[in-house]
Design a protein around this ligand. Structure first.
Ligand code: NAD
Length: 261
């Protein structure tokens, strides 16, 4: 058990990659907080975890709301007495060709994918600094490591708003690693490649999604789409003490994306 007696908050864990993360972290002994904006998804995942005998708490939170994030953090600290791990995973996409992207498309993605990280780290780091221990893992994307134009993946893929937010998360990781490191906190980043999750279908028809999945398989040397567990395993490494001398790092979990090599 690599995370015995640890407490982990995973944002956006009512679905997709975040759901796999709370399963993986709790399997290793952590008590997990399923923090998501959708109550129904929270209830489903908390029930799955409890059925498997894990300790799980659900919390409905919008990561773009500073007050809600602070209230969540306080509730978790009151319930468990400490917060050891924070995974900033909540994210959305709004693919638009650059010239038709409006303020709402830009602001929505930046608010969840970047500002949410700002709010969550500020709220949680306060507790981690007091206990002189903490592991923060930010979820970026391979779309944040290079150009990600609209339609670049064969159908609407990443693009200006999303890739800007995800690139900023990579940079923020390095800055936070330096500011928080002296307080016993490591800050690292995971950039998943293409993984089939509900997000795959958010902005595509079923037919477009299938075409996209095929094109993404061909874009990596492993010739397959990622599984949520692939990302969860990388998060586990950064969340446990086997990575105690690792901070400010980016790990791409993308099956060897040819266009990033
Ligand atoms: N799926 C991929 O191929 C892929 C690739 C690279 C990076 N990512 C990143 O991984 C993360 C998870 O993506 P996913 O594919 O599991 O997507 P998903 O849509 O399945 O899950 C995202 C979760 O975030 C929650 N969420 C959205 N807005 C929120 C808010 N304001 N406050 C709290 N929760 C909110 C949603 O309710 C949902 O449960 C995202 O940050 C995404 O950008 C995904």
């Amino acid at each position: 058990m690599r995370l015995k007696d640890k407490v982990a908050i995973v944002t956006g864990s009512g679905s997709g990659l975040g759901r796999a993360m709370v399963h993986r972290l709790s399997e290793q002994g952590a008590s997990v907080v399923v923090a998501d904006i959708k109550q129904e998804s929270i209830d489903t995942v908390v029930a799955e975890l409890q059925q498997a005998g894990r300790t799980a708490m659900g919390y409905k939170v919008d990561v773009t709301n500073r007050r809600q994030v602070q209230d969540m953090t306080k509730s978790v600290a009151e319930k468990f007495g400490h917060i050891d791990i924070l995974v900033n995973n909540a994210g959305i996409v709004r693919p638009r060709p650059w010239l038709t992207m409006d303020d709402a498309d830009w602001d929505a993605v930046i608010a969840v994918d970047l500002k949410g990280v700002f709010y969550c780290v500020q709220a949680v780091a306060k507790y981690m600094m007091e206990q002189k221990y903490g592991k923060i893992v930010n979820i970026s994307s391979v779309a944040g490591t290079g150009a990600a134009p609209f339609g670049g993946g064969g159908s609407p893929a990443g693009n200006g708003n999303y890739s800007s937010a995800k690139a900023a998360v990579i940079h923020l990781t390095k800055t936070l690693a330096r500011e928080l490191g002296p307080h016993g906190i490591t800050v690292n980043c995971v950039a998943p490649g293409f993984v089939v999750t509900p997000m795959t279908y958010t902005t595509r028809t079923k037919e477009e999604a299938e075409k996209h999945i095929e094109s993404r398989k061909k874009a990596c040397v492993m010739n397959r789409a990622g599984k949520p567990e692939d990302t969860a395993n990388a998060v586990l490494f950064f969340a446990c003490d086997e990575s105690s001398f690792v901070s400010g790092q980016l790990l791409c979990v993308d099956g060897g994306r040819i266009d990033r090599m």
